[in-house]
Design a protein around this ligand. Structure first.
Ligand SMILES: Cc1cc2nc3c(=O)[nH]c(=O)nc-3n(C[C@H](O)[C@H](O)[C@H](O)COP(=O)(O)OP(=O)(O)OC[C@H]3O[C@@H](n4cnc5c(N)ncnc54)[C@H](O)[C@@H]3O)c2cc1C
Length: 487
């Protein structure tokens, strides 16, 4: 059975598989440039900001880094204002944070970096609301993608879908062909694209996996009555020697979302008492001190897969035209670095720029040969994040196969020193945040002024065991600044 239904007569039609943030970003990138975008999502979306099965990680803390804020705003202008209006909290980094990195407590100052903090359910709902306003975008919920449809030569001409059918034994109806000029797979870590490619006679991509054995647990709290503090967020990073981390994030409706993580196989308990006790054993007790009298507002949830995993689609010499993969389906990261949404947004901008260059708007067609070269652009977005998460996690026992290569050992020595110097040197800290917010290429931490400071070594850092730094005298609120790229 074929379903050409979504293709407007004489118009171009793109299908995006997976309607979480990577799929939503891709649809936003496509909408101005094609006549129809069909967004295929296996779940039925809740009509309010609520958890759903297809995005299990939404129970956990999500930070929107600078590059994520920037790309979402460029794709959907006005979205950042929506998010602030809905109660997401802007946290100046490190001014509003108690931030413990491997080298010690980071001095608090306004580096002009902000993290946007709120529940993931709210973020997705706000983005979906914007997408629903775009006339070119059609949502197909309770529909599952199960394969690709081969076109002429090395290309695809559509996707195999099936609709939810409660009367069927499997819960799904018979698969049917859905025609499209472009198919974008954004179905996340569980993407079946490698198998789909093999079914078309292509090779599956090579994979790189770095698994630091990170296990998350998260609980939402109401702050203790009368709570006051000079910080909004607490972030205690782990080290290979002390492999436990914790984050307390402010979220909408004056709540805290708190996640703790064990690396190298240690799993945080999933009961309240065990959770709070685990928090006591982090590198500093400040997070524990904050939550011990706070009221839990729900269960403690554990996380599923958190390994760094990338699929090297860009290395395949044969590629079916009119097919693209992005988001976690290409590169998924240890969540402790908070990068996935940013990479999804950056990748969607790569797609949008290619469509702009190809001049597809109003032509009713998507030219051949677009997607093959795009794989490299998307891989570069993954590279930027991988430099941090994939490489840093190599230092955890068992994460690497065998001894670390020389380049990784040297990189680690430099990073260790950088993380000490960054605690007191504002230029070095700002360069570090430029990199970690994916607003500058990783080489930013090798610029002469940064390099000189790192080689000179740290001034006395504040160790984890000491009290964290206090806030500087209150500065102006960060306001509605769009994070800038640092070339
Ligand atoms: C514990 C945890 C914490 C994280 N914290 C952060 C953070 O702080 N900051 C950050 O930027 N990132 C974070 N991430 C990563 C972030 O969640 C993802 O990068 C982000 O959701 C984008 O992923 P995605 O859209 O590619 O895939 P997913 O979010 O996994 O979504 C895949 C979508 O595809 C749908 N789907 C799957 N298969 C099919 C199919 N066959 N047909 C149709 N639909 C299908 C699913 O229902 C789902 O909607 C975290 C991840 C985890 C696990």
């Amino acid at each position: 059975m074929t379903d050409p239904g979504a293709r407007p007569p004489g118009g171009s039609h793109a299908v995006v598989l997976g309607g979480s943030l990577a799929g939503l970003c891709a649809a936003a990138a496509l909408a101005p440039h094609v006549d129809r975008v069909t967004l295929v999502e296996r779940d039925r979306y809740p009509d309010a900001p609520r958890w759903r099965r297809g995005v299990p990680q939404a129970r956990h803390t999500h930070n929107l880094l600078g590059a994520g804020q920037r790309s979402l705003e460029l794709l959907l202008p006005g979205l950042l204002d929506d998010l602030r209006d809905l109660g997401m909290v802007e946290v100046r980094m490190p001014q509003d944070m108690l931030l413990l990195v491997a080298g010690g407590w980071v001095d608090r100052f306004d580096s002009r970096h902000t993290v946007l903090s709120g529940s993931r359910d709210l973020l997705d709902w706000a983005v979906r609301r914007r997408l629903r306003e775009l006339p070119a975008v059609e949502f197909r919920e309770e529909t599952e993608a199960v394969g690709l449809v081969a076109g002429h030569g090395d290309s695809v001409r559509g996707v195999l879908l099936r609709d939810r059918d409660s009367s069927a034994r499997t819960g799904w109806g018979e698969p049917y062909e859905h025609e499209a000029d472009l198919v974008v797979d954004a179905t996340g870590r569980g993407s079946r694209a490698p198998a789909w490619l093999q079914n078309l006679g292509h090779q599956a991509p090579e994979e790189t996996v770095v698994d630091a054995g990170c296990a998350y647990a998260t609980c939402v709290f109401e702050p203790p009555p009368g709570h006051t503090a000079d910080w909004k967020c607490v972030l205690l990073q782990s080290t290979p020697e002390e492999p436990r981390s914790g984050i307390l994030n402010p979220i909408e409706n004056d709540r805290w979302m708190v996640s703790v993580a064990g690396l190298g196989g240690e799993r945080p308990p999933l009961d309240h008492a065990g959770f709070v006790d685990f928090a006591k054993r982090l590198r500093s007790t400040v997070l524990y001190d904050a939550i011990r009298d706070a009221k839990p507002l729900g269960e403690v949830y554990g996380s599923g897969r958190t390994e760094n995993r990338r699929r090297h689609y860009e290395r395949l010499t044969r590629w079916p035209d009119r097919f693209l993969v992005l988001g976690d389906a290409v590169g998924a990261f240890n969540p402790a670095y908070g990068q996935g949404i940013s990479v999804a947004g950056m990748s969607a901008l790569v797609l949008r720029r290619a469509l702009e260059r190809a001049g597809t708007r109003g032509t009713g067609r998507i030219p051949a040969g677009l997607t093959g070269p795009l794989r490299k652009g998307i891989a570069r977005c993954v590279d930027a994040a991988w430099m941090l998460s994939g490489n840093a996690d190599l230092a955890y026992p068992g994460a690497a196969d065998g001894p670390l290569p020389l380049a990784a050992r040297l990189g680690k020595r430099y990073t260790d020193r950088l993380l000490k110097v960054a605690t007191t040197d504002r230029t070095v800290a700002t360069a570090l945040f430029d990199m970690t917010h994916l607003l500058a290429p990783p080489q930013v931490v090798l610029r002469p002024r940064v390099l000189a400071s790192v080689l000179r070594g740290p001034r006395t850092a504040t160790p984890a065991s000491a009290s964290p730094p206090t806030a500087p005298s209150p500065g102006p609120a960060a306001g509605a600044r769009l994070p800038e790229e640092r070339p």
